[in-house]
Design a binder for this molecule. Sequence first.
Ligand code: NDP
Length: 334
Amino acid sequence: MRWALIGASDIAATRVIPALRLSDHEIHGVLSSSETRAEEYAREHELAHSTSDLETLLSWPIDAVYVSTTNDRHAEQAVASARAGKHVLCEKPLALTIADATRMVETAREHHVVLATNHHLRAAGTHEKIRGIVRGGDLGEIYLARVGHAVGLSERLRGWRISGERPGSGVVWDILVHNVDTLRADLASDPVEVTSFTSTTSLSSLGVVDLSLCTLRFDNGVLATTSESFAVPFGRTSFEIHGSQGSLVASDVMTPDPIGEIVLTTSTGQRVIEVEDRENLYVKTLRRFEEACAGRGTPYSSGDDGRVAVASALAALRSAHERRTVTLAEVLAG
Ligand code: NDP
């Protein structure tokens, strides 16, 4: 496919450009809000074209765009791209309001293009394995899930995420959305209510939320907790599911790399589950996206999936602010 990059970002440079190239896609050019930065980024990543004008980018001979600007810009750029007939792979969070997320989903539908959300963790071989175990019934009736996603924010990413200079900063928008999307996929269930606490550490002097703890009730009755942080440099990620017949404890499986271990304990004892698929998560995401654009199947995480993650983030932020349990239904109602 022929792509354009909307956003001269770190994630495009470190993950998505290499994955596009590994998958033999063509990258026509890049858009940045700054003409100079667009040119520099294009030069650095050997892209033939650069622009600071979205209309110009949308006039290029491209099939799809990858939107990886700051979170407040995703909605407008994705909607304009879908209107121009381009398929859209959009970074998470899809948007910052339900109205925007809905507009993105509806515009893509009207213009017959694919809108996918880059919740890359669904593509991990470990999570594909976890889904198989859950559906295979080894855990019995599932009661509890727990996601530990407290990490240290690397020095180079300590810009808009913690400065609060633009809407959409903080750990809820950055990490909780991934946790909820992964739980939804692995539990095959939707969250219905959320209670959360948020806090700010010394990492963010301006009071941006960089610590959160959320409890979610899913529509199949499962209760889940998630913890998120930017301020825990030595934290390891974890993902647990506990049921009447077994417990699954996975470590290092909430990362962008195809790593991590799953341990399953049942009445027959404890064993490490072999994960054969260690393929690059972004390459797998692009392959499913390309298939969906060709009319075969669906992306790992759709626009609708991204919209539920947005609703969950809004519910968590409202819960912490108003000190009460918030239902997804009330957030989705606007
Ligand atoms: P970056 O800060 O690297 O990029 C975001 C935007 O900030 C860019 O589009 C660019 O704007 C601007 N920017 C970046 N570097 C500079 C600079 N040196 N000087 C001036 N402006 C700069 O953010 P990330 O790449 O970390 O995140 C981008 C998006 O991707 C976010 O939505 C984030 O949530 C998501 N993300 C997703 C991940 C995943 O694995 N799914 C992982 C990491 C991030 P402009 O384009 O206008 O120049």
